[in-house]
Structure formats: C-alpha cells, structure tokens
Ligand binder design. Structure first.
Ligand code: GTQ
Ligand code: FE2
Length: 346
C-alpha cells in the first residue's frame, strides 16, 4: 500500500537538513522537472573587422610573443558566455605576428586550427612539418602535436585560431606544455603532410604511411576555392547554398572529433531557407558581403567580419551583392553527432 505523505512543514525542513548534511540532494523538494534543462547563454553576435584590425595592431604596443605572453591574440568573446569564449564549445581568436617574430613551440590537449587571414610569410611547424601559410589556408594542430609559429615575411600576419578548449576544459582535461626550445627541428621536407596527401581521392598506401599515421595538416586556399567553384556548377543546398566540409582524406571524417570546418559560397541573389541545428558555429567572412537573419534579427556582415550562431537559433543567409560571398566556419557538429545529439530542422 502506498504511504501518504502527510508530514508537517517543520518535519520536512528537518528532514531536508539531514539530507543536505548527508551530502544528498532531494530534487523533488523544489518545483520543476527532476532533470533541469538549461537555456543557451550563447548570443548571436557579430565582431567587426573594422574594429578588430586596429585593436590587434595596437596590441603590439603592449605585448610580444616570448616576452610576457606566448601568443598575441584577441579572443572573440561572446557576451553571453561567462568564460569569454566565442560559443559555449568553440574558442576563436585572431592572432597577430610581426615580421621576425616567433610564437614558441608548445603542445596542448585542445585541438586547434588556424585559417590564414592577412599577410604573407607566416609558417606553422607541426611535429616537425613546416607549413608555409598563405591567406585562406587552413592548418591543423591536432592534440597533442607540437607546434610553433613564425613570421618570416616583411609584413604583419593575422590568422584565425579555432580551439575546442571550452569542451576540454569542461571535461577537466586541459593541459599545455612549453617545449624546451622555442623552435622545433624541421624535417628534411617542407610541407610533408601535403605531399603525402597530394590529391583528393588518393591516399598513401605504403607501409610507412600506415605505421606513421601522419595526417593532412595543411589545406590550401587555392584547392578549397577551386573545389567550391566547381561544386557550384553541379549542386547547391537550400540552407547553405554551395558548401564543402574540410575532412581528413585518410578517413573521410571531420577534421576533429569535436569540431568541423566548412567553406561555403553564397552566390549573388541567393537567399537561403531558414534552419536550425543543435550545434553552434562561428563564421568568418572571407570575401564579399551579405546578411544573416538569426532568430528574427538581421545581422549584416562584410569581408573580415565574424559572427556566432547559438545552438537551435534559426538562421538564413542572403547575398544581395553582385559578387559571391565566401564564408569559412567552425562548428561543433561532430561532437553533437558523436553523442547522438545532432538534430537539424527547418
Ligand atoms: O597559436 O598555438 O589562440 O596555443 C590559443 C592557444 C592560439 C596557438 C590560441 C594556442 C594558440
Ligand atoms: Fe597552440
């Protein structure tokens, strides 16, 4: 027979005191569902290149890599996220390096990537593989690979850094170490990962490649852009227009288990249909101009700008200009997919 709960308020209070003292919680003593939900704190927002660039340049007056800071960055801080990351899962920063400067060698448990924005002459060396980065190139630094950067050109360079550090920090698995030397020894061949995976659809079948799972680190702008233009000749998507994902050519999977990167083109006159996903995203406008309506609010963007889309925010892109708009984006789709939580709806 069911027992009736007929005790007095005083008796309940005394009981709950004992529950707390025993290190327990009685969620039924509060109104609301037993499993508390959480509304996203991530806000739709735009960061303007016109504001970012001069502030990044001025940051050189205050800090230099190797002298008081390891890397000269400004992070895109989402106003809704207490940890000052770009979404709850993605941390995006812009990094500035003057001619002759180096960012010393280190490794860390977050996965990281960079997408070159401005300037010639920068390199990243990843586990001894020196990658010479041109604007529009994507270079990966998967955990826990050793990496250092430098600018060997004669103009400042700026790139986009993307990290899954908010997730790694949440999992209490965030570690980082400086390498004893500022720079690593470089392998005999510059761009070894690119040479190993020279052509789409072909992967090295040698025993050495199997033994050394050297993955593709450097994705060239020229190849990505050409692929985008060719894809536009055959197909487009109603929600994203012409879109490609950067993948690991050896497996066909997203570049990281936590983060995926995309390059997409919104062609002139295109207005995409609205959709929403359980994932979040940070976009960078590589070229052109347009607008994105996020949860009913229209945000205009132009070359160099960044914008964030929170989980489950309805969004649609439009290009009313005469030139194509090209967007690079970083999204946490693979993480949600791995957990069985990825959903997409119109
Ligand atoms: O350039 O390796 O924005 O280690 C944050 C941490 C960039 C980098 C960041 C890093 C790097
Ligand atoms: Fe790093």
């Amino acid at each position: 027979m069911a027992r009736q709960a007929t005790r007095s308020v005083e008796e309940l209070d005394e009981y709950l005191g004992l529950v707390r003292a025993a290190g327990l919680d009685a969620p039924w003593s509060r109104p609301g569902p037993l499993i508390e939900s959480k509304k996203t704190r991530v806000q739709p927002c735009v960061w303007r290149w016109a504001e970012i660039e001069p502030l990044l340049e001025r940051s050189a007056d205050f800090v230099a890599p190797g002298q008081g800071t390891e890397r000269r960055i400004l992070r895109l801080a989402n106003p809704g996220v207490p940890e000052r990351t770009s979404t709850h899962t993605l941390s995006v920063a812009v990094q500035y390096l003057l001619p002759g400067e180096v960012a010393p060698a280190h490794r860390h448990s977050p996965n990281a990537l960079r997408f070159m924005l401005r300037g010639q002459g920068a390199y990243t060396t990843v586990d001894g593989d020196k990658c010479l980065m041109k604007p529009g190139d994507l270079v990966l630094t998967p955990t826990p690979m050793l990496h250092d950067h430098g600018n060997e050109g004669n103009e400042p360079v700026i790139w986009f850094d993307g990290l899954d550090s908010p997730i790694v920090r949440y999992l209490e698995a965030l570690t980082q170490q400086r390498h004893p030397e500022d720079r690593q020894d470089i392998g005999q061949v510059v761009g070894a990962s690119e040479r190993r995976f020279r052509a789409a659809g072909l992967r090295p079948a040698t025993a050495a490649a199997a033994a050394r799972p050297g993955r593709l680190i450097h994705y060239r702008w020229q190849a990505a852009h050409a692929a985008l233009e060719q894809l536009a000749e055959v197909e487009s998507d109603p929600f994203d227009d012409v879109i490609l994902e950067y993948v690991d050519p050896a497996t066909g999977r997203s570049i990281f288990p936590t983060m995926a990167c995309y390059i997409q083109m919104i062609r002139p006159g295109v207005h995409t249909r609205a959709h929403r996903q359980t994932s979040s995203a940070v976009y960078h406008v590589v070229r052109g101009a347009g607008s994105t309506v996020i949860d009913g609010v229209r945000h205009e963007w132009r070359e160099g700008d960044f914008f964030a889309i929170p989980p489950l925010a309805r969004h649609e892109h439009a290009n009313e200009e005469t030139e194509p708009a090209i967007l690079f984006s970083l999204q946490d789709v693979p993480l949600l997919t791995a957990l069985g939580l990825y959903r997409e709806e119109e």
